[in-house]
Design a protein around this ligand. Structure first.
Ligand code: FUL
Ligand code: CA
Length: 480
């Protein structure tokens, strides 16, 4: 009898509880956990430092003597501390650039810091940067140039063994490593152990990339690989800091073979129906070159230029990888750090005061009329909650009442990308004196899309989703 009663009670509770609408099915492809973590980092620092810093070159020939690598006031902590203050979340270091000189005492070559006068050959830049990253809680990444203009065996299978030995050495000695950068520049003339000749390699087969990536994955399972075509993150197609206004995180890797005409454009925008999630990383230098040259001290990008780059990278759903090359002292130059601090101050003031936070949002419809998907999820400052619609709906309006007339400079939209990138077209209007007027429009959103509102005065904002690949899923709208 008691058992029957309990069963009865459970049935009544089930019958009376409000009906829960299941969330939309993911629209494939979607980001893997390490890609999602990378999106959330937004700002990373790139560090180019090697014999080029002392010769004044951008691409060393490979015949540079290790003796010239001799920073006079080196302090890797200073670099990382500045990056931390600027708000960067990770650092990627050129452990070996095309000249082949290794910033760690590799046992596989004599062409390294172990033969430099610096610290009597006991120095190790890779170790120091890794430790500084631990100290300041930034993630640590490595760049190891596949092209090696110093190595005698470059172009033969023996060099692939050398390259893999170095990867093994790096990944067993230092870490954890969040991202590995495989540079696309390959083959050409070089020193090559004294031969001083031209060596061209068949780019698509020579390195046996699948084998190399697997080797690294065994040592660092969560690693994210950057290369022109991914597979973790892709190149953005230029070194000017500009992601496409349309920026799909999806692309079909088979369409990306090196040398293909128009490849930069495709990398820049991605492909709406791409088969893989391979978002664009925006790499650009704070200076003209990738390495420090004193004559470029006057060409350091200003805080305003960096802020504009932020808008065309992070503001277009990418991550910014900003190169800050240490000088001959082995320090981030005062000009660079001043620019970085100015940039940080601009970001802090521009995005300090989210006027939309906790403001009511009226939407044209929400999924299953279930309040777990209602408009108020857009302004709750919680990236885990989102507004979405029934499956068959691919448009909609979101109206945020700001409560009073205010000056608006930026609007930021975020898709809930764990369910895939969906939105294809949207517009923004503002309400002033009871009249709506258009102020901005865009195509893709992705992890984050920031649009300028240019100081317009308004008391409400309306976003219209005009087209999407599937029902839109937006986690946050912020107005500044
Ligand atoms: C390029 C290289 O050739 C440059 O020297 C630099 O390292 C840049 C990030 O990538 O392909
Ligand atoms: Ca939310």
């Amino acid at each position: 009898m008691k058992q029957l009663y309990t069963t009865f009670l459970v049935l009544i509770i089930i019958a009376c509880s409000p009906k829960e609408t299941p969330p939309p099915a993911p629209l494939l492809p979607i980001p893997a956990a390490n890609q999602l973590a990378w999106h959330e980092m937004e700002l990373n620092a790139f560090v180019h430092f090697t014999t080029n810093t002392f010769t004044g070159k951008e691409w060393g020939y490979g015949d540079e003597s290790p003796a010239i690598f001799n920073p006079t006031d080196y302090n890797a902590d200073q670099w990382v501390q500045i990056f931390k203050q600027a708000g960067f979340k990770g650092v990627i270091l050129t452990c070996k650039h095309h000249d082949g000189f290794c910033l760690w005492p590799s046992k596989y070559t004599e062409h390294s810091v172990k033969n430099s006068p610096w610290r009597d050959g006991q120095g190790d830049v890779v170790r120091d940067v890794m430790r500084a990253c631990k100290k300041y809680e930034l993630k640590f990444g490595v760049y190891l140039s596949p092209w090696d203009r110093n190595h005698a065996d470059y172009g033969t299978p023996a060099y692939i063994d050398y390259y893999r030995n170095q990867l093994n050495e790096l990944f067993t000695t230092y870490g954890p490593v969040f991202e590995m950068w495989f540079d696309g520049a390959n083959g050409g003339d070089g020193y090559y152990g004294g031969k001083r000749e031209m060596r061209n390699i068949p780019g698509s087969t020579y390195y046996d990339w699948p084998g190399t990536l697997n080797l690294v994955r065994e040592l660092e399972p969560e690693i994210l690989f950057f290369s022109d075509a991914g597979p973790g993150v892709r190149w953005v197609g230029n070194e000017r800091g500009i992601a496409g206004e349309t920026n799909w995180n999806t692309i079909t890797p088979d369409t990306l073979y090196a040398g293909k005409a128009g490849i930069e454009k495709l990398l820049n925008t991605g492909a709406e129906n791409g088969t893989h999630w391979i978002p664009a990383e925006v790499d650009v230098s704070i200076r003209k070159g990738w390495f420090y040259h004193a004559e470029e001290d006057t060409l350091v990008k200003t805080p305003q230029q960096l802020f504009d780059i932020y808008l065309t990278s992070v503001g277009r759903g990418s991550t910014l990888l900003l190169n800050i090359p240490p000088d001959r002292r082995g320090r981030v130059h005062e000009k660079d750090s001043a620019s970085l601090m100015g940039f940080r101050a601009m970001l802090d003031s521009a995005f300090k005061n989210n006027l939309a936070i906790n403001k009511p949002v009226q939407v044209s419809a929400f999924r299953g009329k279930d309040k777990r998907y209602s408009g108020n999820n857009l302004t709750d400052n919680n990236p885990q909650t989102y507004w979405t619609t029934d499956d068959e709906i691919t448009t909609g309006t979101l109206e945020i009442d700001l409560g009073k007339t205010q000056k608006l400079n930026f609007i930021s939209l975020q898709e809930y990308i764990l369910l895939g990138q969906r939105i294809k077209k949207f517009s923004v209007e503002i309400r002033a004196n009871q009249t709506w007027q258009p102020v901005a429009e865009g195509t893709t959103i992705g992890y984050k899309r920031i649009l300028k509102l240019n100081g317009v005065e308004a008391d409400a904002v309306r976003i219209t989703i005009q087209d999407a690949k599937a029902c839109p899923v937006i986690s946050e709208v912020s107005v500044f």
